[in-house]
Design a protein around this ligand. Structure first.
Ligand SMILES: C[S@@+](CC[C@H](N)C(=O)[O-])C[C@H]1O[C@@H](n2cnc3c(N)ncnc32)[C@H](O)[C@@H]1O
Length: 302
């Protein structure tokens, strides 16, 4: 990207980085160059456009080069800038947590809609459990959106819980969320996580180990493996559905994110555990990416 002694303007540096990213096979080369440069200069992307003829100083140049090198090695853009936008809000992310995905925004949206339609949100206090909270994106969004929510967010990873607690502080909902370290596959999970919730949500690890090697470098070499893989691909759906009768109040609702290929199998698991009114929900491309169900003995008028 040029010699140290060259004086760079923002626009020239951005174009040079874009070319370099494109030649190296980085997807959305322009976007990557813009986001990284804006981050280094402390500007929004819009401000970067407006100040495109601003000189880039030596220290900024050094930092930009360092970030570009990391990006070229496959480190995800979001870990380099330290944030991901989820549901219109900025969440802190780093190597300790999965980067929240757009599908998970749909899970939150669908859960809010279905819980509202079924009367679950009319409870005096809406007790919510988020299993495998990671960055806390689901827990924080529900705490922000449901005025009378009391959210419990669990994860097996202490590191992830630290990041999630940081996000709760960032969005001013610390008082509405309790964080607990718990193993969703362990025998004592219900004791650790608590019981009688109105809503239980989970975007669990669901990529079978055999598919690990075929994942993109960005994911496989940089995101936490524990957030993504489940040896057979169904352990979390089985364990959480198996505990649903204890975790949920009668009539309470369970929501899972899933991969479309396994949707019918997950529905089968949920049916076997006595869950009712099981509904698959599609993403904008028409793939089943969410499933919801109601705990037995529901009396909320569905
Ligand atoms: C797919 S990530 C979801 C993160 C976040 N909820 C989201 O949607 O972006 C799964 C999360 O489950 C956690 N996890 C993995 N194994 C677990 C277990 N046995 N018990 C509880 N949480 C677990 C991981 O640490 C990770 O944060």
């Amino acid at each position: 990207m040029g010699k140290n002694d060259k004086e760079w303007l923002a626009i020239d540096l951005m174009q040079a980085a874009e070319r370099h990213f494109r030649d190296s096979g980085i997807e959305s080369a322009r976007l990557n160059a813009e986001v990284l440069l804006a981050c280094v200069l402390g500007l929004t992307r819009m401000e970067l456009y407006l100040k495109h003829d601003r000189p880039v100083f030596e220290k900024e140049l050094e930092q930009f080069r360092r970030l570009c090198k990391e990006r070229l090695k496959g480190r995800p853009l979001q870990y380099l800038t330290g944030e991901q936008i989820f549901y219109g809000r900025s969440f802190l992310v780093d190597h300790r947590v999965l980067i929240p995905r757009p599908e998970t925004e749909l899970l939150v949206e669908h859960a809010l809609e279905r819980a509202n339609d079924s009367g679950v949100l009319a409870a005096e206090e809406v007790r919510v459990l988020d299993i495998g909270t990671g960055s806390g994106c689901i827990a924080v969004m529900l705490a922000l959106t449901i005025p009378n929510a009391a959210v419990t967010a669990v994860d097996i990873s202490r590191d992830a819980l630290d990041v999630a607690a940081g996000n709760a502080r960032r969005h001013g909902v610390t008082e509405k969320i309790t964080f607990r370290q718990a193993d969703a596959l362990g025998e004592g999970f219900v004791d650790q996580a608590g019981s009688r919730y109105d809503m239980v949500l989970s975007n669990p690890p669901y990529i079978p180990l055999e598919e690990w090697e075929s994942l993109q470098t960005e994911v496989k070499d940089h995101e936490p493996r524990i957030a993504l893989t489940d040896p057979g691909g169904f352990a979390f759906y089985r364990a959480i559905s198996g505990n649903a009768a204890s975790l949920l109040k009668p009539g309470g609702m369970l929501f899972f994110e899933l991969h479309a290929d396994v949707a019918e199998k997950v529905v089968g698991i949920m049916k076997n555990e006595g869950l009712m009114d099981i509904e698959l929900q599609q993403d904008y491309a028409g793939f089943s990416r969410m499933v919801s169900a109601i705990a037995a003995d529901g009396s909320r008028g569905l």
